[in-house]
Write a protein of this length. Structure first.
Lengths: 440, 171
């Protein structure tokens, strides 16, 4: 208890330090109300070398894109700048930034060290308080990894201003789709959360579905028709090596998800036309049956503490959401609204469950509390499905498919407030996103 | 509720009738031969009663289902009786039964639904005397529609189980 109070005091002190100069520190409180995006300036990061300056320009661009992409910030275009930032160490001309209403200012410097590594330093200023917000930081990384450095800087800024955990330095594994609806080619692909740095993990020979990251982000579970039948595979992200996880003859397996411990997998197995939930210990390969009902049980997802599983079942006559202990046992129905509910996913914070809802011919992505209360629909379209949570639990990415013969699938993201719906750029079509944890 | 079930059954029946028409898939281009079946290439001639093509086009290789259902209508059972008879006669062939769903539903649920449909066909054929080891089942969920429009006219044809004949008998 004592330790708790001490650490709480430390936190409070840290937060109150910048507040001494004004009524409160630069801060966005993310609430359910409408937010006026906070104006910020992110001039190109300065450098002594041409190479460094080019990286400085691109890094500032990615930082600005990360921040504006949240819908919480608004970038002030460089044309409006009065001050030019020419040196990282010279004092900031607050009046010049105030005059253009830049509430936050990000400055930075890039150099290339003897080993060819990028050294990036940045500072964040609370312009109206006339002081730095947090401490300057230095990040070092390879030139190839310049985008990650930019995302890490943006993560710092986002966290310092919102008080929330960040999410920009993360990846998304998804299914890249090409070709017409009746002969769609599907490949596993991985990219940065913003669509950059895409690479393909499987070829186009077999249908692949619904990849899911492991808790450490190093492995991906997915379903493939490689054998002619849907089966679960596990793939090493680094090497793209894969192996089949579940291959009982005469059965089909799909909808896998890792347990938070990364050592077990919960999934659906169809045998004799009946689909139930099973848990596999990856090390030993042994499976335990969790449900035993003639109804369909699928789309399981663990609570972050590993104690419970939320899943979809049509035991009541239509697909609805249920929660049971992770070892199996009695399940409680949590969805009671009008319509059909599917693909529930527990938020990383543990407080919400995202889901797909089908009602009156439309599909929605929604969230509800874990007891089923406070259901809120965040999207509506011809076909939205398969939500995945950002590492900080603030944003949901999902699949949106357009209708008709020319229909195609794309990735979208939306804030859990329902604001800021955005299409995530992908080279071709995209479906079944799975968001990684924040990278190390 | 009774009214609804009857309507659904009627729809399924009507769609099935349209689908059993042998001309339906014979568009003369050859591309239609694979419609709904995942196996490319179909041996034999449609006039040879022992050929898989005859099975596909004259017997009828598929049955249709009502929304969310996997029960076999009377029409579906009649088609499957034909399939069973053909399989009894042509004992060197085995079959993979593909279960499919329309796009109105989540990916996972549709996979499970397709499994139910394929299994319903398998069980029926076994009940008509076909050895279970000649029949494999696979679900494609909503991954392989044959009709592309986004309304009930297409959905009705996509909610199907297709019996795909393979020349290699299962061991």
């Amino acid at each position: 208890m004592m330790r708790y109070i001490l650490s709480l005091l430390t936190v409070l002190m840290l937060w109150s330090l910048p507040a001494t100069a004004q009524t409160g520190p630069l801060r966005i409180e993310i609430t359910e109300g409408v937010i006026e995006p906070l104006p910020f300036a992110a001039p190109d990061f300065v450098s002594d070398s041409t190479t460094g300056a080019e990286f400085g320009r691109r890094i500032a661009e990615v930082i600005a894109a990360d921040l504006t992409g949240t819908g919480l910030f608004r970038e002030i275009q460089p044309e409006a700048f009065i001050s030019r930032v020419t040196s990282f160490s010279s004092p900031v001309q607050y009046a010049d930034w105030k005059a253009i209403n830049a509430q936050a200012l990000v400055t930075g410097a890039v150099s290339v060290d003897a080993g060819g590594q990028l050294v990036v330093r940045f500072r964040l200023y609370d312009v109206f308080a006339g002081q730095e917000l947090g401490q300057g930081l230095q990040l070092v990384g390879t030139q190839d990894g310049w985008r990650r450095i930019a995302h890490k800087v943006a993560d710092q800024i986002y966290s310092r201003i919102t008080g929330e955990a960040p999410y920009f330095d993360s990846r998304v594994v998804y299914v890249a789709e090409t070709g017409p609806k009746d002969q769609r080619i599907k490949r596993l692909a991985i990219m940065d959360y913003d669509g950059a740095n895409v690479s393909y993990l499987t070829d186009s020979a077999s249908i692949v579905l619904a990849p899911r990251f492991s808790p450490d982000g190093r492995q991906v579970l997915y379903t493939s028709y490689e054998s002619g039948f849907p089966r679960i595979y596990v793939l090493q992200v680094g090497s793209a090596q894969r192996r089949v996880l579940e291959q009982q003859d005469g059965t089909m397996s799909f909808a896998p998800r890792f347990a938070p411990d990364g050592r077990r997998v919960v999934y659906s197995l169809s045998s004799g036309g009946n689909t139930d939930l099973y848990m596999m210990d990856i090390g030993s390969g042994t499976s335990t049956r969790l449900t035993n009902a003639p109804s369909i049980e699928t789309a399981p997802s663990f609570s972050p503490d590993g104690s419970r599983i939320v899943f979809e079942s049509d035991r009541s006559g239509s697909p609805q959401l249920y929660i049971m202990p992770s070892a199996g046992g009695e399940a409680q129905r949590i969805s009671f609204g009008q319509g059909r509910y599917g693909t529930p996913v527990w938020s990383p914070r543990g407080d919400l469950i995202a889901f797909t809802k089908q009602s009156k011919g439309r599909f929605h992505i929604g969230v509800m509390r874990t007891d089923g209360s406070e259901e809120r629909l965040l999207t509506a379209s011809f076909l939205d499905e398969g939500p995945t949570w950002s590492p900080n639990g603030r944003v949901i990415m999902f699949t949106r498919e357009t209708q008709g013969a020319q229909g195609s699938a794309s990735l979208y993201s939306v804030d859990i407030s329902g604001r800021n719906l955005r299409k995530v750029p992908t080279e071709a079509g995209g479906s079944d996103p799975s968001w990684s944890p924040l990278q190390d | 509720m009774t009214y609804l079930s009857k309507t659904l059954l009627l729809c399924a029946g009507l769609a099935l009738a349209a689908c059993s028409n042998p001309d339906r898939f014979d568009d003369g281009t050859g591309a239609g031969f694979n419609n709904g079946g995942m196996n490319a290439g179909m041996a034999g001639s449609a006039s040879d009663p022992t050929s898989p093509l005859y099975f596909q086009q004259t017997i009828g290789d598929r049955v249709l289902f009502a929304v969310d259902q996997s029960t076999l209508s009377a029409e579906a059972q009649a088609v499957l009786d034909g399939q069973a008879q053909w399989l009894m006669t042509n004992i060197d062939y085995s079959a993979v039964i593909e279960g499919h769903a329309d796009e109105q539903g989540t990916r996972e649920y549709n996979l499970a639904l397709g499994a139910r449909r394929a299994n319903a066909v398998q069980e029926y054929l076994v009940s008509r005397g076909i050895a279970g080891n000649r029949l494999k089942v696979v679900s494609y969920g909503k991954e392989r529609p044959i009709e592309l429009c986004s309304n009930e006219a297409c959905y009705a044809k996509n909610r199907r189980a297709v019996t795909v004949i393979s020349a290699v008998p299962s061991s």
